[in-house]
Design a protein around this ligand. Sequence first.
Ligand code: ADP
Ligand code: MG
Length: 248
Amino acid sequence: MSQPMSSLASSPAPSISLQARNISKSFSTGPIHNTVLHDLTLDIRAGELTLISGPSGCGKSTLLAILSGLQRADSGEVVALGEDLGKLNQRALERFRLLHTGFVFQGFNLFPALNALEQVELPLSYLGLTPGEARRRAQASLEEVGLGPRMGLRPSELSGGEKQRVAIARALAKDPGLLFADEPTSALDAANGQIIIDILHRIARGHGTTVLCVSHDPRLVGHADRVLAMEDGRILSDRVPTPASAPT
Ligand SMILES: Nc1ncnc2c1ncn2[C@@H]1O[C@H](COP(=O)(O)OP(=O)(O)O)[C@@H](O)[C@H]1O
Ligand SMILES: [Mg+2]
């Protein structure tokens, strides 16, 4: 494939897969009007783990919900994988989210009665995959997060870190272009938190996925490709962190 003259460097420039332009969002509770996001603009690249770091209440979850199409901004635009989300009706937006986005939350959100393999298979049925293909993909995703030998276990038989790896496998199995993680390590100890963030990093690199993680945990900073510091609904800085020690 021919390359434009401007990108003849040894590796092609990573492509921007998620853009927010002049996003604002407020909530009104009775007479109190709270502006949570202030005219926020950012570009997120595919194949990288981008971390948005900032204190509780600064607007991280709201930003993630808007970037993933779960909530609408009051003004501004979000372009995700080339699609202007503001121009999609509710049905098209839900389909976009189903096909292209994966989510990982602080609380794992697993079904108590299902084993790990069933947790990962379940959402694949909504994508129209055959049961055989769903099983093959679910097994491959669980193996990728290191849970191949434990895929027959239910949440009550798994540690917190293992539960979060099931949740990551569930998000990964549909091979989403965009993977969002909201405080994925907050319920975990430091060692398990590091395993989780390193798995997210490997997914970004290995699959070319856009991985956007928000967290108030400063220990994650050294594990990301890029860190955006957020405070009071604004991005204060955008930097490449000093790498943490290599994952074990
Ligand atoms: N649905 C809502 N209604 C009213 N206020 C909200 C709502 N969602 C978030 N907020 C407020 O927006 C601010 C930012 O919240 P949030 O995005 O959850 O921050 P973070 O994820 O960084 O902790 C907080 O003050 C919160 O109370
Ligand atoms: Mg939050």
